[in-house]
Design a protein around this ligand. Structure first.
Ligand code: HAM
Length: 438
């Protein structure tokens, strides 16, 4: 380099200048508020880890590990393993879960993090060598409720920063029982087409056949269109789990598209995988949020078999989307109403009650939970909600709810319709008193 030339930032990295800081603060504080409220606790793990956790966890034959990982130079100290800058957050959190004995904490353990990740990608729009993620992990629960909670949390954050027009793409990639059988069929199909697919796909055929479905090459897209689909080959347990996840999303008004080619670029996934994108991004080139279930990762890294689900959300991409859409950083709207269900009969009517509040543009949350009323009220308090709508068996059978004012700790029984009217009238009056109604 010429002695007098300026130094430049490394390729694929960015300076976040003061003018852009309000966007970042707005995004991070909104995400943290939603996640704190939903009962997640923040965790920080090191920016570098033993590279083997990424090789074993993310997968040695994935692009992220094979081509994009930044290795740190080994030190003279022989006791040190080789370290790598973290390309993603899940493997480090799983390592921390095992190392800190979190399996003895109340399960599931709900964690989130915010920080930089490093991948030696080819820099382009939405793809940086240093990017920042908010990530969420729910560890220790196999139920579809956790898949729903994870997706709902990601969706809520994006909605709360103002990105209303979102697409959720969803698939199930099965488990260690049904996936190998599917992969056999997939390979049998591709064996007859190997001369027509790209070089990368020929390599994937041997190293990571599921990733054949992820190829964006025009010729390969044609071959892929006729490939056997994994959703048709799931075992009964995986099919039921996926069906239940879809029902939750449906019930709570989160629109989704099934995408049989969505397989994601990390090897640890089992069952549900998903991506949330801005609807304007038709080709799913830059997902804002991506994740899935990873029931085998903890045991792969040396812990007990522990089911888990989570996602990572690209903060750089969200901030760019906010700017492109003309959304200005604003104070996030507070949670107004939380619906708490007690028992199976209540569960059946909660969706209708949720819809009734949402229709009136009341900011409402519903989190399926098996916790006691006390536990759920604590969660509602953390969310800083104004009202808890409590639905037990008696209320479910009489089309009524208990409306608990969480500010004054008073409560009353009301028919559902009256409860919605009463709360709506309160917010309308506050808006009027504020002078913000017109
Ligand atoms: P991922 O899909 O690799 O998943 O990354 C998550 C999100 O980070 C992506 O949807 C995208 O918004 C953003 N992102 C990824 N790479 C880049 C990049 N080079 N430049 C800008 N943004 C990027 C994971 O990392 C998993 N750990 C997610 C997860 C958590 N799965 C389960 N738990």
């Amino acid at each position: 380099m010429n002695e007098n030339a300026f130094f430049q930032k490394p390729r694929g990295t960015r300076d976040i200048l003061p003018a852009n800081q309000p966007y970042w603060r707005f995004f991070q504080s909104t995400a943290e508020k939603v996640l704190d409220g939903l009962g997640f606790s923040k965790i920080d793990t090191p920016l570098f880890e033993d590279k083997r956790i990424f090789e074993r966890g993310v997968g040695a034959s994935t692009d992220i590990v094979e081509k994009e990982i930044y290795l740190l130079e080994s030190t003279a100290d022989d006791e040190d393993p080789q370290f790598a800058l973290r390309p993603e957050g899940t493997a480090g959190v799983a390592r921390s879960y095992i190392e800190n004995g979190m399996n003895s904490w109340p399960q599931p353990v709900r964690l989130y993090y915010f920080g930089p990740m490093f991948r030696r990608e080819r820099p382009q729009r939405g793809r940086y060598r240093e990017h920042r993620q908010v990530g969420l992990e729910i560890i220790g629960d196999a139920s579809a409720e956790s898949d729903y909670l994870a997706i709902m949390a990601g969706y809520e954050i994006l909605k709360k920063v103002g990105l209303a027009d979102l697409t959720v793409a969803l698939n199930s990639i099965g488990c260690s029982e049904c996936r190998p059988k599917y992969l056999k069929r997939l390979k049998a199909y591709y064996a007859d087409h190997l001369d027509k697919v790209c070089e990368d796909c020929r390599r994937r055929f041997d190293t990571n056949p599921l990733r054949l479905l992820d190829c964006k090459n025009d010729q390969c897209i044609k071959i892929k269109a006729k490939a056997p689909q994994i959703l048709d080959k799931l075992c009964i347990e995986c099919r039921d789990h996926f069906q239940e996840t879809l029902e939750y999303l449906d019930d709570f008004g989160i629109k989704f598209n099934l995408d049989p080619t969505l397989v994601r670029g990390l090897d640890y996934y089992t069952r549900t995988v998903f991506e949330i994108s801005a609807s304007t991004d038709k080709e799913r080139k830059v997902a804002l949020c991506g994740g899935g279930r990873y029931d085998d990762l903890i045991s792969i890294l040396g812990g007990q078999k522990t089911p888990a689900v989570g996602w990572g959300m690209g903060a750089d991409r969200v901030v760019e989307e906010l700017k492109n859409t003309g959304i200005k950083p604003a104070k996030s709207r507070s949670v107004e109403v939380v619906i708490l269900e007690l028992g199976a009969t209540a569960k059946k009517v909660c969706k209708r009650i949720f819809n009734a509040f949402e229709k009136e543009d009341i900011n409402v949350f519903y989190i399926p939970s098996k916790d006691s009323l006390r536990g759920q009220l604590k969660m509602a308090a953390k969310l800083n909600a104004d009202y808890a709508i409590i639905v037990g068996q008696k209320e479910a059978l009489s089309d009524s709810v208990i409306v608990r004012d969480l500010r004054s700790s008073t409560q009353e029984d009301l028919p559902v319709k009256k409860a919605v009217e009463m709360i709506k009238a309160k917010y309308d009056k506050e808006a009027f008193d504020d002078g913000t109604s017109c």
